[in-house]
Design a protein around this ligand. Structure first.
Ligand code: IMP
Length: 427
C-alpha cells in the first residue's frame, strides 16, 4: 500500500462499522512507521488475531502489535484514561512492548466517569443504542467548550474547576432525565490525580510529531474507527456516532493538513452489518439473518451485542466511496458467504415509485426503502485457503467483480479469515 506516492494512507470503514479495519490496519501497519487513531474512543473494538490469540483494541491503534511502529491517539479522539491504562497493562501482560512508542495528543479530550453515566442513563442514548462508553456526552462537552483536555492535567487546580463545571452540567442532565444517580467532583479528581502523571508521560503534540515524521519520509497510517454510515454528518443521523469517521475527519483528528492524505482505503464486509438502532435497508429476515450472524460471529467486540446482518449494499458503498474519496477497497469476511447457495447485492432502492441510485439523506425515506437486488450464484466451497485471486472459485470472483464495478473503486485486498495470513493482496 505504501510506495513513493503514498506516504500517508487513511483506512476507513465504508459501512456501519465492524468491517474488519483492525485486521487491515494490522496487515498494512507492518510497513508503516506511524499509526494514528483520529476519532471515536473506547466505543471501538478492533480485533486482531495473531497466532490463535485475539487482541481486542479499543483505543490504542492496531499498529501497536508490530514492534517498532509508533502509535498515536490523535486530538480528534475522546480518550478514556482509565480504560486506556487497562488496555496498556493487558498488552504488556501479553508481551507487547508499548514503552516509548505510544503517544497521546495533548489536545485530545477526556471521557470521564460522568460522561459514561450520562450516556448510560439517558433515554436518547438508549433510543440510538449507543455503546455506553460516554462518547456522545464527551463530544458534546468538547463542542460546548466545556471539555477537559489531556493538557489540562498539567494544571490540576484548573482541571478541578473544569471538572466541577462538567459534573454540574452532567448532574443537571441526569436530574432532567429522571435518573437518581449523580456524578461527583471529588471521585473524578481522585482518579485524575492518580492517572495524570502516567498520562502526561504519553502526552505529545501529535500533529507536530507526525508532520515532522512525514517530512523525514515516514509512512503514516491514519486509522478510522466505526464506519462512514455512522459519521455524524454523512451517516444515518441521528443513528450515528458523534464524530467524523470519514477521511475528512482524519486530517482534523490527526492534526494534519487535508492535503497530506495520499490515499484512502475503504474497508467493507462482503455483506453488511449494523449494531445499534437505525436504518439498515438490506437487513435479512430470519432465519437467514441468524445464520449469517453465526457464520460471521457477528457479536460486538465492545458490547457483545448481536449485530444485525444484511446483504451487501452497493448503494451504501458507492456513497462511502464518494464522501471518503476512496482510492481502494478491502473486502473482508468473504469466507462467511462460502456455504450460501446464492448471494444478493443491493444495487438501488425503491420507495413510493421512486428509484434511488444514490444514498438518500432523508431518514423517513431510508426507513421505508425496498432494496433492488441482483442475485448471483454462491460458490459453495471454502475460500479460507485462497492466497491469490486465482485461488478463488469463479463465482466468488464474479461477486467481487460486481462489488468493484458498483463501487467504482478497485479492490486492493480480500480477506478470507481472521488470521493475518488469510488475505489476498491485489496491489
Ligand atoms: P456511540 O458511539 O457509543 O455513541 O454509539 C452510537 C452508535 O454507533 C450506536 O449505534 C453504536 O452501536 C454505534 N457504534 C459505535 N461504535 C461502534 C463500533 O465500533 N462498531 C459498530 N458500531 C458502533
Amino acid at each position: 500500500m505504501f510506495d513513493s506516492n503514498v506516504r500517508t494512507l487513511c483506512v476507513v470503514g465504508a459501512q456501519w462499522g465492524d468491517e474488519g479495519k483492525g485486521k487491515l490496519v494490522d496487515v498494512i501497519a507492518e510497513r508503516a512507521d506511524w499509526v494514528v487513531r483520529y476519532q471515536g474512543g473506547a466505543n471501538a473494538g478492533h480485533t486482531v488475531q495473531i497466532g490463535g490469540r485475539a487482541f481486542v483494541l479499543h483505543q490504542i491503534p492496531s499498529g501497536i502489535l508490530h514492534p517498532g511502529v509508533r502509535c498515536a491517539i490523535g486530538n480528534g479522539v475522546v480518550l478514556d484514561p482509565d480504560t486506556l491504562f487497562t488496555e496498556i497493562d493487558e498488552l504488556v501482560r501479553d508481551g507487547v512492548d508499548v514503552e516509548g512508542r505510544l503517544y497521546v495528543s495533548d489536545r485530545a479530550h477526556l471521557v470521564l466517569p460522568y460522561h459514561k453515566l450520562v450516556d448510560c442513563e439517558s433515554a436518547a442514548s438508549r433510543a440510538i443504542g449507543t455503546t455506553g462508553r460516554g462518547i456522545g456526552p464527551a463530544y458534546e462537552d468538547k463542542v460546548a467548550r466545556r471539555g477537559i483536555r489531556v493538557q489540562d492535567l498539567r494544571h490540576l487546580d484548573r482541571a478541578r474547576e473544569l471538572v466541577a463545571h462538567g459534573v454540574a452540567h452532567a448532574n443537571a442532565l441526569l436530574a432532567a432525565s429522571g435518573s437518581e444517580r449523580r456524578a461527583d467532583t471529588e471521585s473524578t479528581m481522585e482518579m485524575l490525580e492518580r492517572l495524570a502523571p502516567r498520562l502526561l508521560t504519553l502526552a505529545e503534540d501529535v500533529g507536530l510529531a507526525v508532520h515532522r515524521a512525514r517530512q523525514a519520509g515516514a509512512a503514516v497510517l491514519l486509522e478510522g474507527a466505526q464506519g462512514s454510515l455512522l459519521d455524524v454528518d454523512h451517516g444515518t443521523y441521528p443513528f450515528v456516532t458523534s464524530s467524523s469517521t470519514t477521511s475528512g475527519g482524519a486530517a482534523i483528528g490527526a492534526g494534519l493538513a487535508p492535503t497530506s492524505i495520499d490515499a484512502v482505503l475503504g474497508v467493507v464486509k462482503a455483506y453488511t452489518t449494523r449494531v445499534g438502532n437505525g436504518p439498515l435497508p438490506t437487513e435479512l429476515d430470519e432465519p437467514l439473518g441468524a445464520i449469517v450472524r453465526e457464520l460471521g460471529k457477528e457479536f460486538g467486540a465492545t458490547t457483545g451485542r448481536p449485530r444485525r446482518c444484511g446483504w451487501y449494499d452497493a448503494v451504501v458503498v458507492r456513497y462511502a466511496a464518494r464522501v471518503n474519496g476512496l482510492t481502494g477497497l478491502a473486502v473482508t469476511k468473504l469466507d462467511v458467504l462460502d456455504t450460501l447457495d446464492r448471494v444478493a447485492i443491493c444495487t438501488a432502492y425503491e420507495c413510493d415509485g421512486d428509484v434511488y441510485d444514490e444514498f438518500p439523506g432523508d431518514l423517513v425515506v431510508l426507513e421505508r426503502v425496498v432494496p433492488r437486488y441482483e442475485w448471483l450464484d454462491g460458490w459453495r466451497e471454502s475460500t479460507a485457503n485462497a492466497r491469490r485471486l486465482d485461488d478463488l472459485p469463479s463465482a466468488a470472483r464474479r461477486y467481487l467483480d460486481r462489488v468493484r464495478e458498483l463501487a467504482g473503486t478497485a479492490i486492493a485486498y480480500v480477506s478470507v479469515g481472521t488470521r493475518r495470513d488469510q488475505i489476498i493482496g491485489l496491489d
